[in-house]
Design a protein around this ligand. Structure first.
Ligand code: BEZ
Ligand code: MG
Length: 576
């Protein structure tokens, strides 16, 4: 190899590794479970407060601290830098000053921190004080925990004050906890802010696909959840509208009930076909939004535009030509469960090891989710017509699947719902197209929007959580439940193998080494929760049996020995 080129490549590689390390290091992770009625400790709060301080909040007159610091240091183009470079000297300089100012805040108070920031970076006190005052109110509310009191009042049938549902970083107004969570007015969705943010995410998603494939995807399948769209005031909905190239229009009552087409000359890219698989909760909470999405697809499908710039129209006219389908059928893109039904059951099938071939999981997804919610040509509402062939056809053109991740608190291996939805739809697409779609997850909450492939996200979550001593030691403080959480994470990771083949074999190897092949750790886990140790062991062996990893024979032997070993049999545990 040319040695000059070799050293350039080596440097680039070192830089990539460095960026990945920074990404893992900066990832905000829960370090333990919430204990009902107990306030978080201050040191756990520092990271959270840093994130709260990373966003402009114009509604409160609060500026993001990193931006204030960058401005005071006269760093040009900092916003651009945020989007483009996750690391680098300038980012480190700014982040270092911000972190130090948060530490100062935690050790003293808002004024002291604002003065410190003025002395250190020249940020005017009057500019940073509103941000530190917000942090002071967040810190105070985190300390005052009303959960037990509220629960007792609720049990006595008394009134519980309502509050919005979100995570603290998204909306500090969720504090104090222990209130009755309320949703949003569905007609307000998407909010102008959500629509503005969604543009960045939708463009980043398309850019990522183009980097990977050299062109735009012919169709995308999106997963939309109810709680997420409450928390973000409809960012997922707005992303769908952007991909189609339309903007929401509000009526005289300020309700988002219509859409307006963004001209191609302004959009500067083709309109992307989107298939929306919508959770039962979304369907129940966002009925008018379902209509809005359906309306948007229909509007775009009828535009008199070149087929190579309007993929919705192209796909629908192909369908009508090939199969003689009616427009009303070919245009159906919003699918959910049958009325009154929820979930895909893919997670239950995976957890109970009840499937034979990979296709089974995708077919279960379609069986559960193939109910069309639309309006026919005469404007009559169709609520939940079973239409597996329409969904199958729409999915057969999909080249990428996607879900927006919008919470610092819950990631793709924390719960089984991400793999049941995003994994389930991806498998259904794969069966129909005979090739695995590109699968993406966005992280729309960080100041810089990141689109990652599913594989990258699984690696990141594994390193930041499952294999991170900070995370698992935090869990182990909770004893029995903590071991169950570790086991859950492994089972959810396994779910990504089952539905999307997106788990590197080393992940299973490292999980085995960390939790089962280290005698000291094994002993600790067994003493706390032998049931979960057994399930974890079985899961790793099942991962081998299903071909998701191929460990050395001696590793497999040791895992099998663990199952056979005394002290872990349920009967023995119960009997002891
Ligand atoms: C939802 O908010 O729509 C949702 C929540 C949990 C699991 C699946 C969907
Ligand atoms: Mg659940």
């Amino acid at each position: 190899m040319n040695s000059k080129l070799g050293s350039i490549e080596r440097d680039a590689r070192v830089m990539q590794v460095y960026e990945q390390l920074v990404e893992i290091e900066q990832r905000l992770i829960p370090t333990g479970l919430h204990i009902f009625g107990r306030a978080a400790e201050l040191k756990e709060k520092a990271d959270l407060l840093r994130m709260v301080a990373s966003f402009d909040r114009p509604e409160r007159g609060v500026r993001a601290l990193p931006k204030l610091v960058a401005q005071a240091l006269q760093i040009e183009g900092y916003d651009q830098l945020l989007q483009e470079a996750p690391t680098g000297e300038t980012r480190e300089l700014v982040d270092g000053i911000v972190s130090e100012s948060i530490r100062t805040f935690c050790e003293s108070d808002a004024n002291t921190a604002a003065v410190w920031l003025n002395q250190k970076a020249g940020v005017a006190v009057i500019e940073s004080l509103p941000t530190f005052s917000l942090l002071a109110s967040v810190a105070k509310q985190l300390d005052s925990n009303n959960e037990i009191d509220s629960l007792l009042r609720a049990l006595r049938g008394e009134y519980i004050e309502p509050g919005p549902g979100a995570d603290i970083v998204q909306n500090p107004e969720v504090l104090p906890t222990g209130r009755n969570t309320h949703a949003v007015n569905p007609y307000s969705v998407p909010s102008p802010l959500a629509y503005a943010r969604a543009k960045v995410t939708a463009e980043a998603l398309l850019n990522r696909y183009r980097e990977d494939h050299g062109r735009y995807p012919g169709a995308l399948a999106l997963v939309l959840w109810g709680l997420d769209n409450i928390k973000t005031q409809g960012e997922g909905v707005a992303q769908a509208l952007w991909l189609l190239g339309v903007r929401p229009v509000r009526d005289a009552l300020n309700r988002a009930t219509d859409v307006e087409v963004i001209p191609l000359s302004e959009l500067q890219r083709p309109r992307i076909d989107v298939v929306m698989t919508v959770s039962g909760i979304f369907r129940d909470l966002f009925t008018p939004t379902m209509t809005l999405l359906d309306k948007a697809v229909r509007r775009v499908a009828r535009l008199d535009e070149p087929l190579d710039l309007n993929y919705v129209r192209r796909n629908i006219s192909e369908r009508m030509k090939e199969y003689g389908s009616k427009f009303d059928d070919a245009v159906t893109r919003v699918f959910s469960n049958a009325p009154g039904n929820y979930g895909t059951n893919v997670n239950f099938m995976v957890m109970d090891s009840q499937w034979d071939t990979a296709e089974t999981l995708g077919e279960l997804f379609v069986t559960r989710k193939c109910f069309a919610y639309t309006r026919d040509n005469e404007g009559r509402t169709v609520e939940g017509r079973e239409a597996p062939e329409l969904m199958g056809d729409a999915l057969s053109r999909v080249e990428a699947t996607y879900q927006n991740l919008d919470s610092f608190e819950v990631g793709i291996t924390d719960v089984d719902h991400y793999f049941e939805y995003l994994g389930g739809v991806s498998r259904a697409v794969e069966t129909r197209t005979k090739s695995r779609p590109a699968i993406y997850v966005s992280d729309s909450l960080s100041p810089q929007t990141r689109i990652r492939s599913l594989e990258e996200t699984v690696r990141l979550e594994t390193r930041a959580k499952t294999l991170n001593p900070k995370w698992y030691e935090g869990m182990l403080k909770h004893g029995f439940r903590g071991v169950a959480e570790i086991e859950n994470h492994v089972a959810n990771t396994f779910g990504w193998s089952a539905t999307a083949d997106s788990v590197d074999p080393w992940i299973y190897t490292e999980i085995s080494r960390t939790f089962l092949l280290d005698p000291e750790m094994l002993q600790r886990l067994r003493e706390l929760n032998p049931h979960s140790v057994r399930s974890l062991t079985k899961r790793l062996i099942e991962a081998h049996d299903r071909g998701y990893w191929n460990p050395d024979e001696d590793v497999l032997e040791r895992l099998r020995d663990l199952l056979a070993a005394p002290g872990v049999e349920l009967e023995q545990v119960v009997g002891s």
